[in-house]
Design a protein around this ligand. Structure first.
Ligand SMILES: Cc1cc2nc3c(=O)[nH]c(=O)nc-3n(C[C@H](O)[C@H](O)[C@H](O)COP(=O)(O)O)c2cc1C
Length: 136
């Protein structure tokens, strides 16, 4: 089965920017649905923005993106990358959650249209996936 990964940044709306309950709700639904759909990935939140990577089969990713685009807890979804991948970065996680590392904070502070953003995002995901694999 071909695997794909989508990485995006979005703006959290209202309570979803800081609230614990919306966060728990999002992680809970992600965990439940992504197990069902064999999707894996990671979600981070920093200063009112979400940074998420999801990986899996094309049809499941497209279905998820359809739900994400109508979710009013965030807006302005900016796809940083969407393409085939040789393997998953977060194989053990239906939806991992992590604090934003300094490199992500720096990336979000800059312009997302900067040509270096793709490489930055990839680096961040590889580093975080290694850190997560080390503690499990
Ligand atoms: C930033 C963000 C990330 C989300 N990530 C996922 C996800 O990975 N998987 C998922 O099923 N839902 C995710 N959701 C929630 C979906 O938008 C949607 O509410 C949910 O899939 C509906 O699930 P339900 O039909 O089981 O209630 C996310 C929502 C937000 C705001």
């Amino acid at each position: 089965m071909s695997l794909f990964r989508i990485v995006y940044v979005s703006d959290a709306v209202g309570d979803a920017a800081v609230g614990l309950l919306p966060w728990i709700d999002i992680i809970g639904a992600s965990d439940r649905n992504n197990r069902r759909d064999h999707l894996t990935g990671i979600l981070m939140r920093h200063e009112g923005r979400f940074f998420q990577a999801v990986e899996g089969a094309r049809v499941d990713l497209d279905r998820l993106m359809g739900r994400l685009r109508t979710d009013h807890r965030h807006a302005n979804i900016q796809i940083l990358s969407d393409g085939p991948i040789p393997q998953r970065l977060f194989p053990g996680f239906a939806m991992a959650q992590a604090d934003a590392p300094p490199a992500l904070k720096r990336m979000l502070a800059g312009s997302l249209t900067d040509p270096s953003v793709l490489a930055q995002a990839d680096r961040i995901l590889v580093d975080v996936s290694r850190a997560m694999a080390a503690v499990t």
